[in-house]
Design a protein around this ligand. Sequence first.
Ligand code: 4H7
Length: 222
Amino acid sequence: MKIDVLTLFPAMFAGPLDESIVRRAREARLLELKIHNLRDWTHDRHKTVDDKPFGGGPGMLLKVEPLFEAIESLQREKTKVILFSPGGRKFDQSIARELAQQEDLILVCGSYEGFDERVREALADDELSIGDYVLTNGALPAMVVIDAVARLLPGVLGDDESSHDESFSHGLLEYPQYTRPSEFRGMKVPEVLLSGNHAEIEKWRREQAKLRTERQRPDLLK
Ligand code: 4H7
């Protein structure tokens, strides 16, 4: 998969995408990731990327010309263009799975007060939000989506890691887990986990996952 990112803050992307599983995906050439500065598609001396909204009001918008030129120059036949804004569809694991099927993505990180409506109408295939809160720009949402999608690309996770993921994404939260020592500062690991009785362990884990989900995320059970 190829992902092109358009942002005014390319430096924000150094770090999170150079570690761990995303790094592995890139090194294995399963993910080709390019971070582009939107200013590279301006033509004036000051590299202007923002302008005032028609009709007045506070704040600035991203200029349309650099966005159109950037996207048109990066776009290929099957490219999906995705905008990030607080008003987008709420990103979740099922959208991550959809995106992992794509060959080419362009992720457009909003800044200032956002996008001229013509960018949505003429260029965007989708508009995503990572949650109901306000961020200064769309760089963090883009990194969140890249991370969630990269680990789903075929071959990125080992067999162990992916079968684990399978059970986790079946609608319940994780059951409680413990590692050694079996007693730490007076806190004991539940007896059943030390019993070696795998049927009992499975039953306990199912109950615990259900309890935890009811308590923390009842919305998942509906
Ligand atoms: C597009 C339009 C995504 C992008 C407006 C982006 C949260 C999310 C942005 C804005 C984002 C998310 C600009 C509106 C800054 C708010 C203070 C960038 N915020 N912003 N204003 N939830 N911000 O995915």
